[in-house]
Design a protein around this ligand. Sequence first.
Ligand code: NAD
Ligand code: IPM
Ligand code: MN
Length: 367
Amino acid sequence: MTNPSLLILPGDGIGPEVMAEVRKIIDWFGTKRGLAFDVSEDLVGGVAYDAHGTPLHDDTMARAHAADAVLLGAVGGPKYDALDFSVKPERGLLRLRKEMDLFSNLRPAQCFDALADFSSLKKDVVAGLDIMIVRELTSGVYFGEPRGIFEEGNERVGINTQRYTESEIARVAKSAFELAMRRGKKLCSMEKANVMESGILWREVVTEIGREYPEVELSHMYADAGAMQLTRWPKQFDVIVTDNLFGDLLSDLAAMLTGSLGMLPSASLGAPMANGRPKALYEPVHGSAPDIAGQGKANPIACILSFAMALRYSFDHGQEAARLEAAIERVLADGVRTADLMGPDDGTPVSTSEMGDAILAALDASL
Ligand code: NAD
Ligand code: IPM
Ligand code: MN
């Protein structure tokens, strides 16, 4: 039998730095747990532009389609800011999401006990927090037409269009209800039905799908109020489902509930294929962090937790995913911290690779 294939796209900035730690973890599962993957690497983002003049080469796109799972670091950076919009690093990532039809983006926000003191919110507000934001990822204002910058009279106008079809709303809603069924059976849908027609349709369709899931307690919230409630008392939520743009904002906000953007993983899933598995891309929520790139300061945990999500959602190794998450929890409980998890007077942080090594040692201790 052939091994499952994993395509790794480290990307730009801290992407390659955090991915190097994930490679160590993947090797550990290969040698110590017999989970062998056929791992290959390719370029995405600015580094792909440097090599090929495009942020995602067609060959790389084809390899992503063929892979059992794709793991991505981060894309973007100031070096590429002046590029034409069509070849910016971020376009490479958006093309991957769109062409692989990864409509359901799972962004869990879990507060590890050891970090509850470090959140910018009070400890009792975040301790024990475990919520899941499901962000629609292939439509909405990110992709709607018309779009562009046009001349209108004697000035320019920038246009983007929020557009959702019923089927696009229905499929992401279903994925959120399915997740809620396996979790706390509570789903909150967020839109702005008070000011946007797409929000009215969103609310109607989510309500219809909800009839197929009578066990799930469904609620609706305007997304602005949702942002407020997420900081007021986040533990009222279990699963949140929302559109592409609101999901982008709300998941960065949720990052601070967990202590750092360097802690947040994500899984972007498509519909199940013939083999029962969804097409899938796993990536940290954070970006290429140009301010700390190349300094060994990046926290690799978000990317390592993204690999744990791959073990769970693409490879049916939920127990091994839990082993990896427990190892991370152990390391944090032991006080090991990268700089993003410390205040200025909290002592000496560990480097990116030292954090990876500490997690490997905790994995060894788990055997
Ligand atoms: P960012 O997420 O890169 O950084 C925001 C802040 O968080 C920075 O201070 C950074 O140092 C810190 N941070 C992020 N990840 C960290 C980690 N793992 N460890 C420690 N600190 C971390 O967001 P930004 O600065 O707004 O964007 C920088 C570039 O990244 C832009 O080009 C943007 O488009 C791109 N971006 C890419 C992705 C992606 O590839 N998925 C996501 C977001 C932003
Ligand atoms: C994210 C990022 C991306 C987004 C950018 C880099 C295209 O912010 O994954 O959250 O806006 O979706
Ligand atoms: Mn974002």
